[in-house]
Design a binder for this molecule. Structure first.
Ligand SMILES: [Zn+2]
Ligand SMILES: [Zn+2]
Length: 171
């Protein structure tokens, strides 16, 4: 009576496990999504994530990030740049133009909220496998830029308020 085959090992011991596609080649890693054993030739990297070719394709590894992810970065970037431009302008003219400041800060805040919301929903779509995973980095950048944007907005607001309420600062 033939003995049953040994149970599949859990975890990856180098040299003991074979590639799922190449039975005569030792596996070096496993697909983080489906768990297939992979040899060096079969490993695909998506950022730091190890994937098999099938999962790489399924996650849209060849596709660039979605338009939503790029838009989130652009919104966050412009939103963060506006208060900086305002600060540069204020330094150049040695004064804070109240109306323009309020206008620029409001636009900046709007872009921050829009970019933040877009990045959040894009990250959720990527996690659900409904958007190309390459957009993940973009969406995260969008989140960070939006956070910078919010910070700058309140700094700008504080600067305008200080300038407005403490005329001594006007020199
Ligand atoms: Zn896989
Ligand atoms: Zn292989």
């Amino acid at each position: 009576m033939a003995s049953p085959p040994p149970p599949p090992s859990s975890g990856l011991r180098p040299g003991s496990t074979r590639c799922g596609n190449h039975p005569d080649v030792a596996a070096v890693d496993t697909c983080s999504r489906c768990g297939t054993f992979l040899c060096g030739d079969c490993v695909e990297y998506l950022g730091e994530t190890v994937l098999c070719d099938a999962c790489y394709q399924r996650l849209g590894g060849d596709q660039p990030g979605s338009r939503s992810a790029r838009t989130a970065v652009i919104l966050g970037g412009i939103g963060a740049a506006l208060p900086l431009l305002l600060a540069a302008y204020s330094l150049a003219v040695r004064g804070i133009p109240i109306v323009e400041s309020a206008f620029a800060l409001l636009i900046s805040l709007g872009m921050g909220f829009a970019g933040f919301g877009l990045a959040r929903s894009e990250l959720r779509r990527i996690q659900a496998g409904r958007a190309p995973i390459r957009g993940q980095r973009l969406a995260r950048a969008g989140l960070i830029l939006s956070a910078v944007n919010f910070g700058l907005f309140f700094l700008g607001l504080a600067a305008v308020a200080a300038f407005f309420f403490f005329p001594l600062l006007r020199g």
